[in-house]
Design a protein around this ligand. Structure first.
Ligand code: S6P
Ligand code: ZN
Length: 190
């Protein structure tokens, strides 16, 4: 049986840290192709390469019934008028669903159905659980002034497929307009 340290994790909902678990860091330079305004991206990167998000993952077992989880911390910010975001992915095992729980901050999940291309946004904030069905690309967006901290729980065998969604980089984006987050189609105007 797993030992008590494996059965229990302690995390900080303000910092996104899980005690004893190293976090993967994604800086702006890791997000080439993710923001719609490529010129604004290159301009921002020429000035600085800030940390955009971290992910601390716990993957203890990889069996068919096992679960993994990860705590993410997505910083506030914009490139042009598009809010800071995660790369986004499908699960390599397409049937694998996931749940996200908001821990602090104010965010959105951007979802895109692989078959229909249909998009949805759902809130990601404290007291909310967001369900990501299988066959759905998902990306996290921070639409608030503070770091967005969340936890995702997913089948251990889900895996990540970044390439399939990177080819189109989602059909919609979340931009700031008059102080509010707005979902617009790519090439669209607010
Ligand atoms: C994993 C889960 C999250 C993301 C994290 C970072 O299935 O959806 O832990 O890995 O939000 O996003 P991304 O797109 O860089 O993996
Ligand atoms: Zn996922």
């Amino acid at each position: 049986m797993l030992n008590v340290e494996q059965l229990l994790s302690r995390f900080d909902p303000q910092t996104g840290e899980i005690a004893g678990v190293p976090a993967v860091e994604r800086h702006l330079s890791d997000l080439r192709g993710c923001f719609a305004d490529a010129a604004a991206y290159e301009q921002a990167l020429a000035v600085d390469n800030p940390l955009v998000y971290t992910v601390a993952s716990v993957a203890l077992a990889g069996g068919a019934g096992d679960l993994n989880y990860a705590v993410g911390r997505l910083m506030p910010g914009c490139i042009g008028n598009e809010f800071y975001l995660t790369k986004g992915h499908f699960h390599a095992w397409r049937d694998a669903a996931e749940i996200y729980l908001g821990l602090s901050g104010d965010g959105l999940m951007l979802l895109e159905d692989e078959m229909t291309g249909e998009s949805r946004v759902v809130p990601l904030r404290p007291h909310h659980v967001a369900y990501v069905p299988g066959h759905t690309a998902h990306r996290t967006v921070n639409v608030g002034p503070e770091p967005l901290i969340y936890i995702g729980v997913y089948p251990a065998r889900a895996g990540h497929d970044y390439d399939a969604i990177a080819r189109t980089n989602f059909r919609h984006l979340v931009v700031e307009h008059d102080g509010q987050p707005v979902l617009i189609p790519k090439q669209g105007k607010v």
